[in-house]
Design a protein around this ligand. Structure first.
Ligand SMILES: NC(=O)c1ccc[n+]([C@@H]2O[C@H](COP(=O)([O-])OP(=O)(O)OC[C@H]3O[C@@H](n4cnc5c(N)ncnc54)[C@H](OP(=O)(O)O)[C@@H]3O)[C@@H](O)[C@H]2O)c1
Length: 331
């Protein structure tokens, strides 16, 4: 079978560029016993891929000439594995290509799209891996409680928006940090946060002092860098900091130096989050989120590019922070 695919042509230096990727074709054989042939319906673009391209991620690296890895929403075309049947929709590690042959290991890691999900692409975003990241960070690491003031950065993305909305449901006072008026308007107007700081338009430290005069009980950090420093300077007694992502660092900026005195003074805890540790909670997360989603208490925003060939430019947009919601490519 003749398929389309995208490989890494050059290891990105700094911000990735669309020319770091190459569009091409490949041949796929028919599935053998234990394999499944799928058609890719949508690709999930995720920031961790930038680290994988730099050889810095926990998962395997993406080297020059390799198919770009990543998960997608797929439809089963032909199955020789008992777990999958033709016509079903799954989330699977398909890579950036039009069709994929899943082996037994990929089938074992794949997740069936829940039948109740009216928008299957949400299984790549707020009701998928980013949603589990948010749920696990909030419930297992942050110990967020009613009355807490919680701040989350990258607030309009699938992780940040889910963190904030789940925290609102718990009774927290939720402040988002996002870049630009359009993102902030969605965060407060649609996702229902109490406030959103547009750090491109307003001094972050002044805005935090205005909105969090008693300090911050929970900071869910998706970016690192100076944003993390500004929050560490404003922790309330007993604060919890969840380190989830490093958007300020992925494109090559130097790591941030942290002053431990700020944590000691606040008797704070700071914990690193890796979503892979929390797959056991997927069903619990989905059961809870289903109820909230169907009741209209969770809103998700998607930024959809059209066609496999648009994936490199869409990935660059994500790494520039120009995505408006979960970054996807529809094939
Ligand atoms: N630890 C884990 O297991 C795990 C799992 C999933 C995701 N994550 C992390 O969670 C974070 C959010 O992921 P997501 O999928 O929800 O992404 P996302 O929010 O859709 O996109 C990333 C956002 O980061 C913001 N950003 C802040 N500083 C930036 C900078 N210097 N350059 C570029 N963007 C910047 C941008 O939003 P603004 O313009 O609003 O700032 C951008 O839209 C990422 O850091 C990701 O790596 C971690």
């Amino acid at each position: 079978m003749h398929i389309e695919q995208i490989t890494l042509q050059r290891t990105p230096v700094g911000l990735p560029d669309a020319s770091d990727f190459a569009f091409g074709h490949a041949e796929l054989p028919q599935p053998e016993d234990g394999q499944v042939l799928v058609r890719v319906l949508a690709l999930s673009l995720d920031p961790y891929l930038r680290s994988a391209m730099a050889g810095r991620h926990l998962s395997a690296s993406i080297g020059i000439g390799d198919l770009v890895r990543g998960e997608g929403l797929v439809e089963v075309l032909a199955s020789r594995h008992p777990a999958m049947a033709a016509g079903e929709q799954w989330v699977a590690a398909c890579g950036w290509r039009s069709h994929a042959l899943l082996d037994a290991a990929a089938v074992a890691q794949a997740r069936r799209v829940p039948a109740w999900l009216d928008r299957p692409t949400l299984a790549l975003g707020g009701l998928g891996m980013p949603g589990l990241t948010a749920w696990a960070g909030l419930n297992r690491l942050a110990d967020a409680r009613a009355g807490d003031t919680l701040v989350v950065s990258a607030a309009s993305g699938p992780v940040g928006a889910t963190v904030g909305q789940l925290a609102k449901i718990k009774g927290c006072r939720v402040i988002g940090i996002a870049g630009g008026p359009e993102k902030c308007a969605w965060v407060t107007g649609v996702a229902g946060f109490d406030a959103c700081i547009d750090y491109r338009a307003e001094d972050l430290r002044q805005a935090l002092d205005r909105l969090c005069p008693q300090g911050v009980d929970v900071y869910f950090d998706n970016v690192g860098g100076d944003t993390l420093l500004a929050l560490l300077e404003r922790l309330a007694l007993g604060a919890r900091v969840v380190l989830c992502g490093l958007m300020a660092q992925y494109n090559g900026a130097a790591p941030t130096a942290i002053n431990p005195a700020l944590l000691i003074r606040a008797r704070a805890t700071m914990r690193g989050l890796v979503v892979y540790d929390h797959w056991d909670a997927l069903e619990q997360m989905l059961t809870e989120m289903k109820a909230h989603y169907l009741a209209g208490r969770l809103q998700f925003r998607e930024d959809i590019a059209e066609g496999l060939q648009s994936a490199p430019a869409a990935f660059v947009r994500l790494m520039q922070g120009r995505n408006q919601g979960k970054a996807l490519v529809r094939l």
